[in-house]
Design a protein around this ligand. Structure first.
Ligand code: OXD
Ligand code: MN
Length: 586
């Protein structure tokens, strides 16, 4: 075989994977526009992509009905020692798993092209960036990786070390066999990580979170393990730049579980006059302590793979303006005149829709036209408020970190931690109602520490300790302030107490001013809460939004004590003390 690249390690791995999977062809992606257009055209010819009349160079497609979300029960962390995967991850012995994978991947690319995608997570020259190579038999994955990462020739030119990741839809093709529109293997899905070897193997799913290996697999699961070993943090966080009316700018990072409004917050259009938000990232932050002792963050991604339903000119105009061209829409509904539509975009469903299942949509069915986890994929550069500093290789200095979940009760709109360690407890205590982003029941309250439950590549107890350790790397005055937020609290009438969206800028304003030691706060048992928020022009039930119900909180603490026991000796003593102090304050 001709050598595909000038990187001997990469060539050896490609040869090994080709020998195992036996593809028809091997193709090295260059990341060019021409390549993107050619592959998209091939998908149009195959009937997989439908070009959108109303959005230039954009496509609609829909998946197999059972390949619509991340599959947490099929996701594995295969560290040598089971303890290192911890109680929140599925684990299998690496040797046993490698045997399973050898069998699964043997001949799995027969009849297909093997695409080799060199990519970089983060700006090409950033000391925080990491390189990966994804081998895949899915041209849909190649196109999405082009939008989501810095991929192709340039990435290859800058690459030294790389994280190998192999992905297959798991459906070999016999000679002359017609391909499925969305090949996948829903009864045989495996999303496997070897954190010590820094390797990813993904089989059977074409869904983004399972198949775009730069995102959850590298940037979070392998990334978090790298971060632990190398002294930095890989987090499920958006990064936004906030400028006050005087022109002062600060950066905020915020962790929320999947489909809890990270993209909306990252691109927020403030309702408060004079305030401005710019977007660095909407899903992942890699952070390290800089030479000045402050915490700096980069967004390792180069695009958005956002949840479509609920996105509208009202809720997120900047997202709507981002995907007017050069976008891929998966599992949304298709309009008669060649545009996309989803629930929550505007009014009721237009006539003549094609549903996410690819069928004529019947509004009387009572079912949604777009899948609740349907997605848009688009380059971040198209965002009208893309922050210039997002390309800064040094990252942006973080002044505040937010932890938020979907909680109908108990948690106030906002509370500030007393210290870094107390902030780590706020992160560790995060729980949220489940959403459609992962397969399984929706609306069930579950613990989701740091919004990292599905994404931490090692023992979550050690991860808490790593966060505490990060706080010891610098002085307290240089560390970001930490907050817990809850946009989703409901009143006794079952309605949301807080308007959310653009009005979240009111909460951000308070945070901004707290980090400048300007805004006042009252000490409560659970943290500092605002003395006053800027609520001009809106009417909200402040008392209910900030009510701290002692009984509910004692129950919350009991639940946490029980939950944290799962981590045994890995649970840091410092957090145990923080929790005991919280109980005492209550
Ligand atoms: C995502 C997720 O797609 O968290 O970002 O599921
Ligand atoms: Mn996410």
């Amino acid at each position: 075989m001709n050598k595909l690249t000038s990187n001997p390690k990469l060539n050896r791995w490609i040869e090994e994977m080709a020998a195992l999977t036996r593809p028809k062809n091997i193709y090295l992606c260059d990341g060019s526009e021409e390549e993107y257009k050619r592959l998209a055209h091939e998908l149009v010819q195959a009937g997989v992509f439908v070009p959108l009349q109303k959005k230039p160079n954009s496509f609609w497609c829909h998946s197999h009905p059972d390949d619509v979300a991340r599959v947490e029960e099929n996701t594995f962390i295969c560290s040598k020692d089971k303890e290192d995967a911890g109680p929140t991850n599925n684990w299998k012995d690496p040797a046993e798993m490698r045997q399973i994978l050898q069998t699964l991947f043997s001949g799995c690319m027969e009849g297909r092209t093997m695409y080799v995608i060199p990519y970089c997570m983060g700006p090409l020259t950033s000391p925080l960036s990491r390189f990966g190579v994804e081998i895949t038999d899915s041209p849909y994955v190649v196109l999405n990786m082009k939008l989501m990462t810095r991929m192709g020739k340039e990435a290859l030119a800058h690459m030294k070390e790389f994280v190998p990741g192999i992905h297959s839809v798991g459906v070999p093709l016999k000679p002359h066999e017609k391909d499925l529109k969305w090949p996948c293997n829903p009864h045989n899905r495996w999303i496997v990580h070897f954190p010590e070897d820094r390797e990813i193997w993904s089989f059977g799913s074409g869904y983004g979170g399972n198949a775009l290996l730069g995102k959850k697999c590298l940037a979070l699961r392998i990334g978090s393990a790298m971060g632990r070993d190398e002294g930095w943090l890989a987090e499920h966080m958006l990064i936004l730049g906030l400028t006050n009316p005087e022109g002062e700018k600060k950066y905020i990072a915020a962790a929320f579980p999947s489909a809890c409004g990270k993209t909306n917050l990252a691109m927020l259009k403030p309702t408060l006059p004079g305030w401005k938000i710019e977007c660095v990232g909407d899903d992942i932050a890699w952070m390290r302590i800089g030479s000045d002792g402050r915490l700096y963050a980069i967004n390792p991604e180069a695009g958005y793979f956002g949840v479509a339903p609920g996105t509208s000119m009202k809720t997120n105009p900047n997202a709507m303006l981002t995907f007017t061209k050069n976008a891929i829409f998966t599992n949304v509904a298709l309009t008669e005149d060649g545009d996309v539509w989803w629930e929550g975009m505007d009014g009721s469903a237009p006539a003549g829709l094609t549903s996410w299942l690819g069928e004529p949509y019947d509004p009387a069915s009572g079912k949604p036209a777009a899948h609740p986890n349907s997605r848009f994929t688009v380059s971040a550069k198209q965002c009208p408020i893309y922050d210039k500093e997002a390309e800064n290789p040094e990252g942006v200095p973080i002044s505040a970190i937010l932890f938020g979940g979907r909680r109908a009760s108990t948690l106030p709109l906002i509370a500030e931690s007393f210290s870094w360690a107390h902030g780590v407890l706020l992160g560790a205590s995060l729980s949220s109602e489940t959403t459609a982003a992962a397969k399984g029941e929706v609306g069930k309250l579950r613990h989701d520490p740091f919004a990292m439950l599905p994404f931490c590549g090692y023992n979550m107890g050690d991860y808490f300790a790593h966060w505490l350790e990060m706080g010891r790397k610098t002085t307290a005055d240089k560390l970001p302030h930490i907050y817990s937020v809850n946009w989703f609290r409901k009143g006794s009438d079952g309605k949301f107490l807080w308007p959310g969206f653009g009005d979240n800028s009111r909460v951000l304003k308070w945070i901004f001013e707290r980090t400048s030691h300007k805004a006042k706060a009252t000490k409560t048992a659970i943290g500092y809460v605002p003395d006053s928020l800027d609520l001009q022009g809106i009417h909200v039930d402040v008392k209910s939004l900030f009510h701290i119900d002692r009984e509910e909180w004692l129950q919350e603490v009991d639940g946490l004590e029980e939950y944290f026991q799962r981590f045994g000796e890995h649970f840091p003593m410092e957090l145990k003390l923080e929790l005991a102090q919280l109980k005492k304050r209550l």
